[in-house]
Structure formats: structure tokens, C-alpha cells
Design a protein around this ligand. Structure first.
Ligand code: B16
Ligand code: MG
Length: 210
């Protein structure tokens, strides 16, 4: 595409390495349920909301549980996950992120975060990165989670840019589908399995030139 009018970043797996923390926490939940769950199965969870992730695990294990237990497992997973990211610092940023954020800021290119996570603001504040973004759209703000495009459309609207002139960086199939459904230029980052769904593939944000 020509010069992008705005950049929208997914959070877990694009800005920070927290996708692994999600996996470890979900693995613990799956173990409790007696469901086999490896990094391969985890691929399908990336970018999904917390509720949809647990639904997916149950689907993988062909299991049904009571509503109360479902809620209990969600709280427990989030507590475990939150404890695992309590000491997060900028060393958890993925390659090229900090450089790109400061370059884009210098050039006056508006930036946003579009994340399914309800912990997005906690993470960005913890890393002192919130000020780079005109808007942070997270899992608390959307009615329809990824692969629905709402999260990215809200970001574009807040920045007053049209989707076709904005880039979305994503590491998950659900996220690339959301970006494409919204009419954005979608760049898959670090995950070759989703490259074919995207407009472009980059090993890391280090390769991205403004
Ligand atoms: P939480 P992203 C997503 O964030 C993660 O990819 C996914 O693994 C996680 O389950 C989801 O957020 C919900 O996160 O439990 O913290 O609300 O990749 O869209 O930034
Ligand atoms: Mg992600």
C-alpha cells in the first residue's frame, strides 16, 4: 500500500510476548479439565476473547461443564495469567516494536491498539507505552470480539482514518480475519501459518519500513 495513514497494533503476540503467558495459563486450565492441549491447539485460541477461548478448549476436549464452573475457570485463568505478567517490563516487547513506535510518533502517524484482551491497558501502562497510542481499544470495549472487525473499526473511527488506508498488525488467524473483514490492510507478523490470509507477512516488526 501507499504510505499508511494510521497503524493499528494487536497487543499479545505483536507488541508483547504475553501470548506465551496466555498459553501457559490455558494449559493449566486444560490440564484441570483433563483435556490435551499443546501449542498446536493454542494456535486456534490466539486473538479470541477469554470466554471464546475457554469454549474452544471445551470443544477441543469434547467436554461440557456447568455455567458456574465455567465462570470459576475464567476467573482462575485470569488470576494465574495476571500473576504471571505482574513483573512485566519492556524486555517483553517483541523485536522492532519500540523502534517502530518512536519512528511513527516522530513522523506524526496516528497509532492505536486493537486487542481482545481485557488486560490490555494494564499491560501498556506497566510498560509505559500507553502514550504512543491515540486510542487503545480492548476486550472491555467491544460487543463482538475478533474475528469480528469491531475492535479495529472502533480504532479507525477514533483516529478518523478509513480502514483501506490503515495497517493492522496481527499474529493470529482471528485477528487477520477481523482486519480483512473490516477492509484494512492486514500484515501478519511472526506467524507464517497465517501468512496466506494476510496482505503481507513479516517475520518481525523489525522488517517494517514506514
Ligand atoms: P484476556 P490480542 C488476546 O489478545 C490474546 O491473543 C488471547 O490469547 C487472549 O485470550 C485474549 O486476548 C483475551 O485476553 O483474558 O487478557 O482478556 O492478541 O487480541 O491482543
Ligand atoms: Mg495477538
Amino acid at each position: 500500500m501507499r504510505k499508511a495513514k494510521a497503524l493499528i497494533f494487536d497487543l499479545d503476540g505483536v507488541v508483547v510476548t504475553t501470548e506465551h503467558n496466555h498459553f501457559v495459563a490455558w494449559k493449566r486450565t486444560a490440564d484441570r479439565l483433563g483435556i490435551n492441549f499443546s501449542e498446536r491447539e493454542n494456535e486456534a485460541l490466539k486473538g479470541l476473547s477469554r470466554v471464546d477461548s475457554l469454549r474452544k478448549i471445551l470443544e477441543i476436549g469434547n467436554k461440557q461443564i456447568e455455567e458456574n464452573y465455567f465462570e470459576e475457570l475464567l476467573v482462575e485463568k485470569n488470576n494465574f495469567y495476571k500473576a504471571s505478567i505482574a513483573q512485566l517490563d519492556r524486555s517483553a516487547c517483541l523485536p522492532g516494536v519500540l523502534n517502530l513506535l518512536s519512528k511513527a510518533k516522530e513522523e506524526g502517524i496516528p497509532m492505536a491498539v486493537g486487542s481482545s484482551s481485557k488486560n490490555a491497558k494494564f499491560i501498556l501502562d506497566r510498560l509505559n507505552l500507553s502514550d504512543y497510542f491515540q486510542i487503545i481499544v480492548d476486550g472491555n470495549m467491544v460487543e463482538h470480539p475478533k474475528p469480528h472487525p469491531e475492535v479495529f473499526l472502533q480504532a479507525a473511527e477514533a483516529m478518523k482514518v478509513v480502514p483501506s488506508e490503515s495497517i493492522v498488525f496481527e499474529d493470529a488467524e482471528s485477528g487477520i480475519k477481523a482486519a480483512k473483514a473490516g477492509g484494512f490492510y492486514a500484515i501478519a507478523v511472526g506467524n507464517p501459518n497465517i501468512a496466506a490470509l494476510a496482505d503481507e507477512f513479516l517475520e518481525s516488526l523489525e522488517e517494517f519500513k514506514i
